[in-house]
Design a binder for this molecule. Structure first.
Ligand code: SF4
Length: 399
């Protein structure tokens, strides 16, 4: 699929996300809404309606793929206290340790209904997804999840009837209130368009940040989902590249740090309901929460700097559109996954995690001849030197 560019920020509007919006909330549709409403009033944290669910959710969620303290996690407590009452987890996060740490946290806050929990399963079958939700509930020590996602899907068949019907059954059983999917990979546009048509999907978690605003096809898919009442949740909002590369633009602002500006730019898109952010320190949590609560919008100068950053560092920022580059190579090479794991290493400092994931790719699919990789680089819309970056991944991550 060809990516056509339109003017960056054409859709960016100054979103008036404020606590005032909370007062207009229709809270009648969800059993735990009263508890959430009282939490909103107490913390003054901005909320939005999740798609057409009628349920108000915080515009910022704590992503929990990082290591959590299983005994007392200060970041979870800080977030909860400030009004970030939605945690995003998955069966695979921390190989189950994320679930168990959250379960312990729930016993500490003593009120499950004040929390929103997303969990996910990477199973590719309705049976597996059904079994996995039971495991999620068991590990989280709760009798329901707020949002259950099919994790990281890239197969449009997972939006066929058997999966949509499973979502219905899980909702009816009370094991989850809402059902949807997350996606990292290149066919996000196709998945979103299909979801908007088939129905039965309450929310989609997808990669979205200041680097993607000019992507016309993605914008149309987001519009279609919005029109269909699907909740839209953004992840990977940092659009990370190595710090040494990011320095090419010295971000200057009296209002926001660069990280805050990146978040503000996503929240300025009124179609996005909430952002998942992996806040791995109190400092980051404090900054992100302050950005969410700030009623200031990005200035034109701040937005311009983000645009500059996107343009000048594009050749280090893989968008995950694997179907573009991997389809022109004669053999199977996991280009997008390798670059994502390299990003975990270079940008997030997750050496062990990145190595485990990278070494999970079959050795013959990690790299191939340079001539083939030049063909892939020639079609990359980001202008990434794919051969050089795959060799970087091989050198740093292969064990
Ligand atoms: S290397 Fe380029 S074409 Fe391939 S997934 Fe990344 S951005 Fe897309």
């Amino acid at each position: 699929m060809e990516e056509k560019k339109i003017g960056r920020r054409t859709f960016l509007k100054a979103a008036a996300i404020s606590t005032a919006a909370v007062g207009a909330a229709n809270l009648s549709k969800a059993s735990s809404s009263a508890a959430q409403e009282s939490a909103v009033q107490k913390t003054g944290f901005p909320h939005k309606e999740l798609g057409n669910t009628g349920v108000q959710v915080p515009i910022l969620q704590l992503g929990t793929a990082q290591r959590l303290n299983p005994v007392y996690d200060k970041i979870m407590h800080r977030c909860f206290k400030e009004g970030v009452t939605w945690f995003d987890t998955a069966l695979s996060y921390g190989w189950g340790s994320s679930h168990r740490a959250i379960a312990n946290f729930l016993t500490q806050v003593k009120d499950r209904k004040k929390m929103w929990l997303t969990s996910k399963s990477g199973s590719g079958s309705p049976k597996g997804l059904q079994e996995d939700i039971n495991e999620c509930l068991e590990e989280l020590k709760t009798n329901y999840i707020d949002l259950y996602l099919m994790h990281g899907i890239d197969d449009e068949d997972m939006l066929e009837k058997e999966f949509i019907n499973l979502g219905d059954r899980l909702r009816k059983s009370g094991k989850t209130r809402f059902f949807g999917f997350s996606c990292h990979d290149g066919n996000v546009v196709e998945l979103m368009n299909k979801a908007a048509k088939v129905g039965g999907i309450d929310a989609i978690l997808f990669r979205y940040n200041f680097r993607r605003y000019g992507d016309r096809e993605l914008n149309l898919a987001i519009d279609a989902c919005k029109k269909a009442g699907i909740g839209l949740l953004a992840m990977k909002t940092n659009g990370s590249v190595p710090a040494s590369i990011e320095k090419v633009v010295q971000f200057r602002s009296d209002n926001f740090t660069l990280g805050q500006a990146k978040l503000k730019s996503v929240w300025a898109d009124e179609r996005i309901d909430s952002v998942v952010s992996e806040m791995d320190s109190i400092r980051v949590a404090r900054e992100n929460i302050a950005a969410a609560k700030s009623e200031k919008h990005l200035t034109a100068t701040e937005s311009h700097q983000l645009n500059q950053l996107a343009a000048l560092t594009a050749n280090y920022a893989c968008n995950g559109c694997a179907h573009i580059c991997e389809s022109v190579v004669d053999q199977k090479v996991a280009i997008a996954d390798s670059l994502r794991f390299l990003m975990y290493y270079e940008c997030y400092g997750k050496t062990e995690h990145a190595r485990q994931l990278y070494n999970g790719i079959p050795a013959q699919s990690r790299i191939c001849g340079e001539e083939q990789l030049q063909k892939a680089a020639a079609v990359c819309p980001q202008g990434i030197d794919i051969a050089a970056r795959l060799f970087d991944a091989q050198r740093t991550l292969a064990v």
